[in-house]
Design a protein around this ligand. Structure first.
Ligand code: ATP
Ligand code: MG
Length: 569
């Protein structure tokens, strides 16, 4: 077993490279000892577990070092953004267990950014380009060949000021002009080849309405927003590493004599096997109806994982166990599953559920008699006490727990063989009945009254124990089983394939005839349980008072635990 350490509980974990940087900065007295971070989602989709990695770091650093963490919506592109996403992002961050100190929107700074753009124009550091996006892209050059200067590059500041203010006034069509930084079309870093600062978008923005006709691009917005907010450590994923020099360039021009500036530090993006980790791709799944919505329990979204039965603790522990590095990789989904199993093992009450029921009749047990057997709610936590589980003459057992022609090492039911019925008696199988198709419908057995679980003189031993529910006490339920959404472990490696062609057609199996223990009548939406021998399940929000619906969060089998165990040997 690998040890998943929660630093808040133990303080044992070694510092990651970002915490080390922060501690060095604190030791050097940088920024007067201030630590300010931010989490900057673009509200163009729901958060996924990759974002959880960024959230745990941004909020975690602030918490650990007595700093503050802002939530800043990077709402610079009204085309793709929506308030629905803003609301869901706030809900998901809080569910994960974090609270921002300040709430900001990049659009709060549109005025300041615009003024800064005017300033750069006046300083001869920005110009309006009338060329199309395609032409500008063609002139960019390649990493080994220089680009070509735009014919509009040497416009005077006066002309640029006039054109830019008219762009904002709405005088020009979308796509007809852009504002570019005047840097160097031969620069070895492609991002310095006169990057775009502003484009025209005649779209209503969810916060600023129709105030703006020009919108800043990421590279012109992010660093400046960090600066306006006094961010000390701006943490982001590795793909922004090549943008960092440009981030520093604009911040340097903005800050003037100020000796404070935010520092961008990059860490590795989270990828998990068999998962899509991109809002764009998730949106496509939702739009094309390949999943039931953003919160479909197969989705890697935080709302999907929540609906699936993942707890905030399990996600935080998972993120903590994978750490932060400078190298991109793919994490085995088994590690995420390991983390929820560990958490639910401690907290989930045990119950019996039969997913594919057949009848088991205990022919020598008196008709009408019922025993309510006290059973631990969770053997890992005896303080939770016991529940009473009914045992009677007619039971349901799993179809898998009976075989007509069973091999020798099958320790379940077959005519002539014995098993223990969990927390009740040993039974000996005496026969079975089938329907017209030859499918087993009923199994018969006799119980051995002297073998009751917990009786001191129960010497009679059997190799197998199976679970059951009592037919006259159990409740009907629907159970939804989930498998991987993708058939491919690392979709990024499949260069020529569209991820939509890699979807697993069997990612959802719905069992409509499941039977569960009566105690589940009191279960509430999202409550988690261990179904004995089967796995962890929770109550789906689709459940109604007369129809219980459960999701399988994860099965009991821990492949990761096994792999880690072998590695440790
Ligand atoms: P996507 O590609 O899924 O849309 P994004 O990077 O565009 O993701 P943003 O809303 O811009 O999403 O991200 C907010 C923050 O979350 C950024 O700092 C980004 O670096 C971080 N982030 C996004 N995806 C991951 C990931 N897979 N692992 C770690 N951090 C991530
Ligand atoms: Mg983005």
């Amino acid at each position: 077993m690998i040890e998943v350490v929660n630093p808040e509980e133990t303080g044992k974990r070694t510092l990651n490279f970002i915490e080390q940087i922060v501690e060095n900065d604190l030791a050097a007295g940088k920024n007067g000892g201030r630590i300010v971070t931010r989490f900057p989602p673009e509200p163009n989709g729901y958060l996924h577990i990759g974002h959880a990695k960024a959230i745990c770091l941004d909020f975690g650093i602030a918490k650990r070092y007595g700093g503050t963490c802002n939530l800043r919506f990077d709402d610079t592109n009204p085309v793709k953004e929506d308030v629905e996403y803003v609301d869901s992002i706030m809900e998901d961050i809080q569910w994960l267990g974090f609270q921002w100190d300040n709430l900001y929107y990049a659009s709060d700074y549109f005025g300041q950014l615009y003024d800064f753009a005017l300033d750069l124009i006046k300083r001869g550091l920005a110009y309006v380009d009338d060329q199309s996006a395609e032409t500008i892209a063609q002139q960019k050059g390649t990493p080994t060949t220089p680009g070509i200067n735009s014919p509009y590059r040497d416009r005077t500041p006066e002309e640029n000021l006039d054109l830019f203010t008219r762009m904002q006034a709405g005088e020009f069509e979308e796509g007809s002009r852009v504002l570019r930084a005047k840097i160097d079309m031969a620069h070895s870093n492609m991002h310095f080849r006169d990057p775009l600062m502003y484009r025209i978008l005649k779209m209503s923005h969810h916060r600023t309405g129709d105030t703006w006709n020009v919108y800043p691009l990421y590279d012109f917005a992010h660093g400046q927003c960090d600066f306006f907010e006094g961010i000390t450590h701006s943490l982001c994923t590795l793909e922004f590493e090549v943008h960092r020099p440009l981030y520093d360039y604009f911040v340097e021009l903005l800050k003037g004599e100020d000796n404070y500036k935010p520092r961008q530090i990059e860490f590795n993006r989270l990828n998990i096997t068999y998962m899509v980790m991109s809002k764009r791709k998730m949106l496509q799944l939702v739009k094309e109806g390949r999943v039931a919505g953003w919160d479909d329990p197969r989705m890697p979204t935080l709302c999907g994982l929540r609906r699936r039965g993942y707890t905030p603790e399990s996600i935080r522990n998972f993120v903590d166990s994978i750490g932060y590095t400078k190298y991109d990789g793919v994490i085995d989904v088994g590690l995420l599953e390991h983390s929820i199993r560990e958490d639910l093992n401690k907290r989930a009450p045990r119950v019996s559920a039969v997913l594919n029921p057949i009848k088991l009749i205990v022919t020598n047990y008196p008709e009408g008699q019922v025993e309510w057997n006290a059973t631990d709610i969770n053997p890992e936590d005896k303080a939770l006490g016991t529940r009473d589980v009914p045992f009677s003459r007619a039971l349901y057992i799993e179809r898998d727990d009976f075989m007509i022609d069973a091999p020798a090492d099958y320790y379940r039911l077959s005519v002539g063989r014995e098993v223990r019925l969990k927390n009740a008696y040993i039974v000996r199988c005496t026969g079975y009945e089938t329907d017209a198709e030859g499918l087993v419908t009923t199994v018969t057995c006799e119980y051995l009254p002297e073998t009751k679980t917990g009786q001191a003189n129960a010497k009679h031993k059997v190799k197998g124990t199976i679970h059951y529910v009592s037919t006259s006490h159990c409740l009907d339920a629907e159970v939804r089983l989930y498998d991987r959404l993708l058939t491919v472990a690392n979709p990024a490696e499949e260069k020529d394939r569209d991820f939509m062609d890699m979807l697993n057609p069997d990612s959802l199996t719905v069992l409509t005839h499941a039977k569960v223990e009566p105690v589940l009548a009191a279960a509430k939406t999202l409550d988690s349980f261990q179904f004995t021998r089967l796995g962890y399940f929770n109550v789906d929000p689709d459940s109604t008072s007369d129809r219980l619906i459960f999701n399988r969060t994860v099965s009991l089998k821990d492949t990761w635990g096994k792999i880690a165990g072998k590695r440790a040997q």
